[in-house]
Design a binder for this molecule. Sequence first.
Ligand code: ZN
Length: 467
Amino acid sequence: MNFYNSMTHAKESFKPMKDNRVRLYTCGPTVYNFAHIGNFRAYTFEDVLRRVIKFNGCEITQVMNLTDVDDKTIRGAIEQGIALKEFTAPFIQAFFDDLKVLNIESAEVYPAATDHIPEMIDLISKLFDKGLAYKSDDGSVYFSVGKLPGYGKLAHLDLTMLRAGARVSQDEYEKESYGDFALWKGWDEKDGDVCWDSPWGKGRPGWHLECSAMAMKYLGESFDLHTGGIDNLFPHHENEIAQAEGATGKPFVNMWMHCAHLRVNGEKMSKSLGNFFTLRELMDKGWSGREIRYVLINGNYRQPLNFTFDALDAARTSLARVDECMSALGDKAGGAEQGCIPEWATKQDLNFANAVNDDLNIPEAFAAMFTLIRETNSALQNDLLSGEETQAITELFNKFDTVLGVINFERRPPSTEIPVEVQALVEARSQARIDKNWMESDRIRDEISALGWSIRDSKDGQKVKKL
Ligand SMILES: [Zn+2]
């Protein structure tokens, strides 16, 4: 496996740090709204990453947090005049429902921030002990970025820009305005009744702190992989590193991976442009989770992905080709003998593995899959496959699907709708047979087969099948 490490800006060979188990932390949703397809681009990227790690025979422990307390969730709860948990619960449920729709595998742990306040307080105490935290006169606790050597190494910050004593209290801010960031936000009236006791007074954790504390609780002080959308790189991930490494003195994460933005019809997704979609909205328009997943994963994750309705249309056509091939294989599969696989199929097996292990090159992996489909169709049409070979090729598709998750998921039998012109010929042939006009019957059979359909006479009448 070779992955692009955002920290070093280079593709590196990836191996688990310990035994055969990869520990992966993926920043999860802030549950203040329904997730949109831009969010799901990140979650499908992480799903493919997880599947590729397993494809290579490793085991995995993935942790995805639920941010259920931050500036946005508190604002939402207060606007609706309900308790924070009551506000976030339906969005958490919707998030899990959406993951199923997109055939995203479950992480091993989904810790919620509000269930881990003691761990966060403990982390801040360690930062005080190291002289990296201080309490400000607004009742909040800040991280002193100037005191941590190496701060800014992930985002490659220009450290000469730091103004002495500059502080940012919001969770999200620009690179240019970086400064000491909030670990613990002292209670103010905008927080309503959302607060916890701490040695520094009533308040709540900062967003960045949540992830450091939960990642280390479930994955240890140093672990293999941490991912997120490119938006998370700064300040969120930079600050996660500062908190964790500041407290432990150990390297926090071995490799960082980030996926690029999603654009819709070539433009940045925004409510005002009318191109802002949640998964639910796309499904209401008649697109399936399988089709949406196909579009979301079919790109280089480090390049912006342009999401269009044309791409969804193309996905529908491509998936119909997949279904037809799988169904034709299913009709023919069988044989208990040890199957040997044709050489042309082995070649695509290799191409597929090389593609996914080359920094998750899914377009190349799909190319291998479609080459295999083309060659399989041709071999089936020329009756060149034994039952055992058919079985072996089916298993190869199933192996590809452990990464892609679109071959067997929601697979449909190919459309059996018989076109009107074929139907008319079938009826004419039926009459010819009643009239015992065998020449006419054979002539119509040829005409039907020229249209791509076969006809077979059985005791229940004529059976029509697509060739
Ligand atoms: Zn995070």
